[in-house]
Design a protein around this ligand. Structure first.
Ligand code: SF4
Length: 203
C-alpha cells in the first residue's frame, strides 16, 4: 500500500455519519455504517447525527476535533454542493485547516438512488466512506490567497460562437480581444449564401 504524504505525522481521522432524518436513515443502515467506519485504519472517532449540518451536529464536530485531536474530518451526508462550505467553516472554527475536510455523498449517490434495497445501499455507502477516508489521508492544508484579476478576455476565433462570446463579454463590461487567423470574421457562416428557413443573408 502506498505511503501517505503525512507518513511522519499520525493521522487522526474523524468520521461523521448523517442520518438526514429518514432521508438517509430510511434507506441506509447508519448504525452499521458507523460500526464499519470504526474499523477503518486511522479513524479514531465516529459520530452519528440526525442532522449534521444543524447547530448540534456542527457542535459535535467541533467537540470531537478538540477531544480526539482530529487532523482530518470526513462527513458522510449529502452533496458537497449544499454543505461543503458549511462544514469547511465548521472545522475552521474548531482550529483545523478547512482543506483537511472531506465530504462523502451518501444521500444523492446512495439513499435517494437505491431506495428499497437497504443491504446494497448500506454496502455502497460503506465503499464510499472507505474511499473518503482513503482520500482524507492525502489531504494537505491549503492557504487561501487573493490575487488581482485583469478584467479583460481573449476570444480565439471569429466564427459565430466567438463573435457571440465576444459580444456577451463586452455587454458584461469587459475589455475583449478577438483573434481570428483568417482575413475576415464570420467563420463557416461567411461562406454561406443564405440560411434556412428565412433565406436571409447568412452574415
Ligand atoms: S448535512 Fe445534508 S444530509 Fe445531513 S441533515 Fe444536513 S442536509 Fe441532510
Amino acid at each position: 500500500m502506498a505511503e501517505t504524504p503525512q507518513k511522519s505525522g499520525e493521522l487522526r481521522i474523524g468520521v461523521f455519519v448523517c442520518e438526514c432524518g429518514l432521508n438517509i436513515a430510511g434507506t441506509v443502515d447508519c448504525d452499521a455504517l458507523s460500526r464499519y467506519a470504526e474499523t477503518l485504519d486511522d479513524v479514531v472517532a465516529v459520530v452519528q447525527n440526525k442532522y449534521t449540518c444543524a447547530d448540534p451536529g456542527q457542535n459535535e464536530i467541533k467537540r470531537a476535533i478538540k477531544e480526539h485531536l482530529l487532523n482530518r474530518v470526513v462527513v458522510a451526508s449529502c452533496t458537497p454542493k449544499i454543505h461543503e462550505p458549511t462544514f469547511r467553516q465548521c472545522v475552521s472554527d474548531a482550529g483545523l485547516n478547512p482543506y483537511l475536510f472531506e465530504m462523502v455523498n451518501i444521500r444523492e449517490h446512495v439513499s435517494w438512488g437505491h431506495q428499497g434495497d437497504k443491504e446494497k445501499a448500506t454496502a455502497k455507502a460503506q465503499d464510499l466512506i472507505r474511499s473518503g477516508v482513503a482520500r482524507a489521508r492525502f489531504l494537505e492544508a491549503q492557504e487561501e490567497t487573493v490575487v488581482p484579476v485583469t478584467q479583460a478576455a481573449l476570444v480565439i476565433g471569429g466564427g459565430v460562437a466567438g463573435l457571440q462570446a465576444a459580444l456577451d463579454l463586452a455587454d458584461g463590461g469587459h475589455q475583449v480581444y478577438l483573434v481570428e487567423k483568417e482575413a475576415s470574421i464570420g467563420g463557416l457562416m461567411a461562406a454561406l449564401d443564405k440560411t434556412y428557413p428565412t433565406m436571409d443573408c447568412s452574415i
